[in-house]
Design a protein around this ligand. Structure first.
Ligand code: SF4
Length: 284
């Protein structure tokens, strides 16, 4: 029997490591001095080259990520310019922007320039959020997700598991995600870093599979249920279980500040397991 199609997404950190917020899971906060590359506004030609490579690796979705609390005028124009160029030169890529808090006007502007989806994760439950971030609120995050929808963008929202949250927090996060009716849900599993205040990942493989399963049960028709950061640590060699639990998308290549699996090896693995890499995106 032909197994299901798997969608591949890639991300590009186009502005890295210069954020003043204090999210405890994030190496891009300047507060924790994690030894990562930090830069502002990656060269347009370099972004284009990296996007070409991602498309050649089979990515259908391409996410332009900027560190920082949210969009300002300069970053909005920069992302709009990148989107213009990428949609002109790589029309097969579906462009996603992930630029933090944003207003409906800013989001409409990005949409007009070729962005089709906005990624803004709720990160964790409303109740647990103050434990992981004190510089902005969960409610602001939820409001940006609503703004993306009101701007006519497809919404991509998910969270990070294994940051010390309780089981009820996981359940509450899944419920909040579902309440937004997104088209894509990235599930991340915390990647520890010695510079960060959260010392270790507090979720294992079985609990991770349970999270995937419960998200799928809540949203059986969700177009993209994606396993993103932390996939290699939890599910390497267990991809079948991950897809059986309901996932149908993965992030390929590197994460924001952490190297990922080689895209060739990922594609080979999917093929060996009998999955087909999707060549067309059915989202908006
Ligand atoms: S706002 Fe974004 S970039 Fe800044 S610390 Fe939080 S997660 Fe990291």
């Amino acid at each position: 029997m032909q197994k299901k199609q798997i969608f591949l997404c890639a991300i590009n950190n186009v502005l890295s490591g210069t954020c003043n917020e204090d999210c405890k899971f994030c190496t891009q906060s300047v507060r924790y001095k994690a030894p990562i590359e930090r830069y502002t506004y990656k060269e347009e030609s370099r972004v284009l080259e990296e996007a070409r490579q991602a498309a050649a690796n089979g990515a259908l979705g391409y996410c332009l990520v900027t560190a920082g609390k949210g969009l300002d005028g300069k970053t909005t124009e920069y992302i709009a310019r990148l989107a213009d160029r990428l949609s002109r030169e790589l029309p097969g890529l579906r462009l996603i922007a992930c630029n933090g808090t944003a207003t409906p006007e800013q989001l409409r502007h990005l949409k007009a320039h070729g962005i089709s989806s906005y990624n803004h994760n709720l990160e964790t439950s409303r109740h647990y959020y103050p434990e992981i971030c004190s510089t902005h609120s969960w409610e602001e995050r939820y409001a940006t997700c609503e703004a993306a929808k009101s701007a006519g963008l497809s919404l991509c929202t998910g969270g990070i598991f294994g940051m010390g949250e309780e089981e009820e927090d996981r359940e509450s996060l899944l419920e909040s995600i579902a309440s937004l009716q997104p088209e894509s849900v990235p599930l991340n599993f915390y990647i520890p870093n010695p510079a960060l205040p959260i010392p270790e990942r507090t979720i294992g493989r079985e609990a991770g599979l349970s999270v995937i399963r419960r998200m799928r049960e809540r949203m059986p028709d969700l177009p993209l249920l994606m396993v993103a950061g932390g996939r290699e640590a939890l599910f390497s060699g267990y991809e079948d279980a991950m897809f059986d639990a309901g996932a149908n998308a993965i992030v390929i290549g590197d994460y924001l500040t952490t190297p990922g699996e080689s895209p060739d090896r990922d594609r080979q693995r999917l093929q060996d397991l009998g999955y087909e890499v999707a060549t067309e995106c059915h989202g908006r």
